[in-house]
Ligand binder design. Structure first.
Ligand SMILES: Cc1cc2nc3c(=O)[nH]c(=O)nc-3n(C[C@H](O)[C@H](O)[C@H](O)COP(=O)(O)OP(=O)(O)OC[C@H]3O[C@@H](n4cnc5c(N)ncnc54)[C@H](O)[C@@H]3O)c2cc1C
Length: 359
């Protein structure tokens, strides 16, 4: 029997959590549930419902991917933690799925516990917005607008959850999660600690956060800091953004948004002057932080390029659309074709923004 991994927390609002390979004690402060975590017992003893062999395609916007060996649909922090405990007890890896709008699941699925975090509570108080990780970004934007809070209007069209958006520092229309997050409550699945991280400790940068470095840190909830504004102006801004997105992007299709990150001028190996000299159309972006990946794909004449049932969107070249029944393998082949072509034509290496699951 492997040595039990035991961790205790002192600052944990729900009390003490012990990870043991045979006995698990979850002290919620109100009641203590002692469970025998051996195979065969879990179905009777876990408070959450654990399902088996569930198609993950159903939980991604791409509608692609195989089955998860185990699956839990949760929204409350305690239930997220319990699903993680289940995975630990089974000695299986786990993956968190928010809205599934930025991930590609392998055709063979995920041999572990897929934890779908969806829904939860969102409320405002003064200039703060308190939200669970599973709340959809758009729902949080609507709640902030209703309370006359400004600063989060840009998030209206991001089809992700708050947890997924914080992890990837989602952003658009000049805003990003880094501008609004005040603090994040996390569950450290290695030490079994539940704790708060101030925004400064989230290490936000372009499509990056500390959570990418620490996949064991699971986002449970967050507090966003917004500003009192004029409700009419806030709603007008939300309308403008919604219309602008619909005009430029493939909204409502099976995709996972931008496949690649934009290229930042500051990144290693990018010689600004030389690139602009060779490709004068890049001069338009001289004063921007980034070169849009969609522009590079477009200039490489890859719009409309397809592999099987997935193709590069003619509307927005960084979106690869599943026209129905596409496989993850087809997406992967199209990704590698596009990367290869862009690298050969411009000497620039595109890097995926999407997250791979089960590969
Ligand atoms: C049509 C379309 C438009 C898009 N537009 C934009 C845009 O304008 N700007 C932008 O930045 N993105 C955009 N995206 C991408 C995507 O919506 C965002 O990245 C979103 O923030 C992802 O959130 P999610 O809940 O869907 O994450 P998921 O796809 O479910 O997960 C992404 C990653 O985050 C992890 N994760 C999810 N929840 C948690 C959690 N609670 N704790 C720890 N890890 C977690 C997952 O394990 C995975 O690694 C778009 C996508 C689509 C389909």
């Amino acid at each position: 029997m492997p040595a039990p991994h035991v961790a205790e927390t002192n600052d944990c609002p729900i009390g003490r959590i012990l990870f043991l390979s045979t006995i698990l004690q979850l002290d919620t402060g109100c009641n203590t549930i002692t469970k025998r975590g051996l195979n065969g017992f879990f179905k009777e003893t876990y408070m959450i419902k654990i399902k088996e062999n569930i198609s993950l395609a159903l939980y991604t916007v791409y509608k692609i991917g195989g089955h998860a060996r185990f699956f839990a649909d949760v929204k409350k922090s305690e239930d997220i933690i319990e699903a993680i405990v289940f995975a630990k007890e089974k000695h299986l890896p786990f993956v968190i799925i928010g809205a599934g709008s930025n991930m590609l699941v392998a055709d063979k699925g995920f041999f572990g516990v897929a934890i779908h975090v969806g829904g939860g509570e969102v409320r405002t108080e003064g200039e703060k917005l308190f939200t669970d990780a599973g709340v959809m970004t758009a729902r949080a934007v609507v709640a902030s607008a209703k309370a006359g809070l400004s600063g989060f209007e840009w998030g209206i069209g991001v089809p992700g959850s708050i947890g997924g958006s914080i992890r990837g520092n989602a952003g658009c229309f000049g805003g990003a999660m880094k501008d609004v997050v005040e603090n994040v409550e996390i569950f450290d699945s290695l030490s079994a600690e539940r704790r708060m991280l101030e925004a400064a400790r989230c290490e936000f940068s372009y499509r990056h956060s500390v959570f990418k470095k620490h996949p064991e840190w699971i986002i449970l909830s967050a507090v966003l800091s917004l500003k009192k504004g004029d409700q009419k102006q806030i709603q007008q801004r939300i309308r403008e953004i919604t219309e602008a997105r619909a005009a430029k992007q493939d909204i409502g299709t099976k995709s996972c948004g931008c496949i690649f990150k934009n290229i930042t001028w500051a990144q290693k190996g990018i010689q600004k002057t030389e690139l602009i000299e060779r490709f004068p159309w890049l001069a338009d972006f001289r004063d921007s932080e980034n070169i849009p990946a969609s522009l590079l794909i477009d200039r490489a004449e890859l719009k409309g390029k397809r592999v099987g049932r997935v193709y590069v969107s003619p509307k927005h070249a960084n979106y690869f659309v599943n026209e129905g029944e596409a496989t993850a393998e087809e997406v992967v082949m199209l990704i590698s074709l596009v990367k290869d072509t862009v690298r050969r034509k411009f000497g620039i290496s595109l890097e995926e923004e999407i997250q791979y699951v089960g590969f």
